[in-house]
Design a protein. Structure first.
Lengths: 489, 308
């Protein structure tokens, strides 16, 4: 049959099919637990070689995060390009001048030049140890988590990875290298817990954030004043906070609202209203890490959230997307907000006169907080240059980098010696408040033992339902608790 | 036809429902055009003003700037736009070429050739369409990372395979277009087999039969496959975003995703006017393709017998 000659046509088809199919294509193996890592721990050698210069140049790959990003590529190449771009950038207010590129410790830093200096200091420190830094950008949020998960499976992962809520989970799965013992001791001794405590598993540290935040209460002084409230006075407790919020909503007559806190069913929401749970003696999980959603302390917080919700444009407080919630504060449509330290600098840049204080306490409550905006940097078990990667993290908590953070004033330094100096307290009183909060009862979001994201979804959905309806809060949270317990069983 | 006759014919054709339709259609058009108008106007904002402005219906800047539109042509420090445009274009042309070829050959195989397991193989192909794209991201990542003898791999491991290289587009691009294969199969089944036999009697070989006799008959469906593939590839951000890292390999959609996601990092804020303007840059070529070639879409579908 002549047509049989054309059977060869099926060949490209077969090739294409194999490409379109989703085969694993390799011998991926499951990740070892923390104690069964196949790779050699750099802990000992890293501590021995701390100050020695490697004979050969090593290039490490580091993932970017927005707050300190200067682009993608080798730092050596990026720095001059970034400097040129900053000088030409008309969008910088005030415009960046050549003189802004000479900074001496203890003096103010132009906020636009912060990331330039940050990377320059790290680059200089690592170059002196014969280490070259190559920066990559894998995005943030869900796309980053997916790409990092794929990278772990393929054992094709940068030497330093970055992330927020997913990082403790990676540590628990044994995908990250514990910090060398000397480094861990140094961090524990000299650095505020918010920078490393959420990344501590079984007494070992797996990640570090150079400028994490904790939540504070911010308010728009103009809107608060219009409601007849003293704009320089922080609310003393939850009752006063809620009363103020209601007054602002009433004064706003639909043009602006009292606001409160973002409570969407996602990490953005949990990170922001989580501190209220901790302050009131509640939380997301009990001491053994099991879901604890329906405690009396939590119910009281959810009741507060329900009342706050009445002081927002409909649906805003539990919107799936967190962006519109913060936009409302930026556009002066809401007066109060619980958020990270960057809210201060952003308000200044938008011309909003703001007030700021620690989150008020509930009756009988105690100070507590959740780290927010913490870009934890970790060294994966499969990293190719672990020793050099730990040098990068050492540079992140070096005095030079931490002094830069302190002088810029957008975030608080985490280095105890710098923050506790009288000069810092007088120059940056707002940031010193943040620093104090970072030293207290600061937690991260827990990772549940099974189907973590499903358990969180159960909690988030229940809180949304409790906020949005007039249903019995206890009944809703009891139901969520039963569901969560069944999931982790 | 006299003047009175044509006037009465016009009256007969006129129905009040038509008037309603003509009154409603511009409103519907306005609603559909709104996002595009919004995007154009938002492009005149600075990042700071956009953040501070409460937008009620249309964003109207107090201090309009052309900076974002200039960036669309000249790029910025963080966005080499010309390079992204070039990459998007090359990738779209290349992948569309392969989509046409594999769809046509695949359709021919399933419509004309008889071999054992043909129907089962076709079903298998169709079944791959049921797998959501997000589920395939990690296996595809592994497939690229384990590509033998590439990127430092010994056989399957040791390096990064073809990740972060042009091979992601060159090898990943020609993956068979299942929908295209299905459509060509449907269309070819309507062409009498006698045509093939007559061509063979006249001495035509398989290649001549395929490309000089059957292919010209499939031009409308090929136009349809080209347009839909080109639009899909032009707008695809998943492939470049997940399987490449280097800036010189990014396309416009993935570059925009990067700009947005960096803005979503802790405490960072995205430059929305720039992102919106770059998105406009992606939308316009796609709109033009659709505007000029939309008749082929209808014609192509009609040829397959899918359209009633």
């Amino acid at each position: 049959m002549r047509n049989r000659k054309a059977i060869w046509l099926a060949l490209p088809l077969a090739v294409a099919l194999s490409l379109s199919a989703c085969s694993s294509g390799g011998n991926s193996s499951s990740s070892p637990g923390p104690s069964e890592g196949a790779s050699t721990s750099p802990s000992e050698s890293a501590s021995q070689n701390e100050s020695t210069k490697p004979a050969e140049n090593v290039t490490i790959t580091v993932l970017n995060e927005g707050a300190v990003s200067i682009g993608v590529g080798k730092l050596d190449d990026l720095l001059p390009v970034r400097k040129k771009a900053l000088l030409a950038d008309e969008g910088q207010t005030p415009r960046v001048q050549e003189s802004d590129f000479s900074w001496t410790a203890g003096n103010a830093v132009h906020p636009g030049v912060f990331s330039y200096f940050y990377q320059q200091i790290i680059n200089d420190q690592l170059k002196s140890k014969n280490i070259t830094v190559q920066v990559e950008d894998w995005g943030w949020g869900e796309p980053l988590i997916q790409k990092e998960t794929a990278g772990f499976l393929a054992k094709n992962i940068p030497d330093i990875i970055v992330g927020e809520t997913q990082m403790p989970g990676f540590a628990l799965q044994g995908l990250l290298e514990p910090f060398p013992e000397d480094m861990a001791s140094e961090i524990r001794e000299t650095v505020a817990p918010a920078a490393w405590k959420p990344m501590e598993v079984d007494g070992k540290i797996y990640g570090f954030a150079s400028q994490p935040g904790v939540n504070s209460l911010f308010w728009n002084k103009k809107l608060v004043k219009e409601a007849g409230i003293d704009p320089d006075q922080a609310p003393k407790d939850w009752d006063e906070l809620l009363a103020n919020i209601e007054k602002v909503t009433e004064a706003g007559k639909g043009k602006f609202y009292g606001g409160g806190v973002y409570a969407g069913p996602n990490a953005g929401g949990y990170l922001r209203y989580g501190p209220l749970l901790i302050i009131n003696g509640g939380g997301f999980a009990d001491a053994s890490g099991q879901p604890a959603f329906n405690s009396d302390a939590n119910l009281k917080v959810i009741e507060l959230l329900r009342n706050m919700n009445k002081n927002h444009p409909a649906g805003l407080m539990v919107n799936q997307q967190e962006g519109p919630y913060f936009d409302a504060f930026k556009k002066q449509q809401t007066a109060y907000i619980i958020d990270g330290p960057w809210r201060a600098a952003e308000s200044v840049s938008l011309g909003i006169e703001y007030g700021m204080s620690p989150i008020p306490l509930s009756e009988g409550g105690a100070p507590g907080n959740i780290t927010i905006g913490a870009a934890f940097h970790s060294v994966p078990k499969d990293a190719k240059n672990k020793e050099a990667a730990f040098e990068y993290i050492r540079a992140m908590y070096s005095d030079e980098v931490q002094t830069l953070i302190a002088d810029t004033g957008l975030r608080s330094t985490v280095k105890k010696a710098i923050a506790e100096a009288p000069d810092y307290q007088s120059k940056h009183p707002d940031m010193y408040l943040h620093y104090q909060a970072m030293n207290g009862n600061v937690q991260g979001l827990p990772t549940f033992s099974k189907e973590d994201s499903k358990v969180w979804q159960t909690f988030g959905d229940a809180v949304t339902k409790a906020i949005m309806t007039n249903g019995d809060i206890k009944g809703i949270m009891d139901e969520a608790q039963v569901k969560a317990e069944a999931i982790v069983k | 036809m006299s003047a009175s006759q044509s006037a009465s014919a016009r009256r007969a054709r006129f129905k009040p429902a038509h008037l309603l339709g003509h009154a409603v259609l511009p409103l519907v058009g306005l609603v559909l055009m709104y996002p595009l108008v919004f995007m154009v106007m938002a492009g005149f904002f600075t990042k700071q003003e956009f953040m501070a402005t409460v937008i009620h219906a249309f964003p109207i800047p107090k201090e309009p700037t052309l900076r974002n539109f200039r960036a669309l042509f000249e790029g910025t420090t963080d966005a080499a736009v010309a390079e992204y445009f070039r990459n998007s274009l090359l990738r779209t042309v290349y992948t569309t070429f392969w989509a046409i070829l594999t769809s046509f050959l695949g359709g021919y195989v399933f419509a004309r050739l008889r071999f054992k397991g043909r129907d089962q193989l076709f079903l298998l192909l169709l079944a791959t369409q049921m797998i959501p794209m997000t589920i395939a991201i990690i296996p595809t990542y592994l497939e690229f990372a384990r590509f033998p003898f590439m990127g430092g791999n010994d056989i399957f491991t040791g390096g990064k395979g073809i990740l972060d290289t042009w091979w992601v587009y060159l090898i990943g691009g020609p993956a068979i277009n299942i929908m295209g294969t299905f459509l060509v199969k449907q269309s070819l089944e309507k062409v009498p087999i006698e045509l093939d036999e007559a061509a063979k009697v006249d001495g035509a070989g398989t290649l001549r039969l395929l490309f000089q006799i059957l292919f010209p008959l499939q031009l409308p469906i090929m136009a349809f496959i080209s347009i839909t593939t080109a639009l899909n590839v032009w707008n695809d951000f998943v492939t470049p975003f997940f399987y490449t890292n280097s800036d010189h390999l990014q396309t416009l959609p993935s570059a925009i995703t990067r700009l947005s996601s960096v803005g979503a990092g802790p405490g960072a804020s995205a430059n929305y006017p720039l992102i919106i303007t770059l998105s406009l840059g992606i939308t316009i070529p796609a709109l033009l393709i659709f505007f000029f070639f939309q008749k082929y879409i209808v014609q192509g579908l009609a040829n397959t017998g899918i359209k009633g």
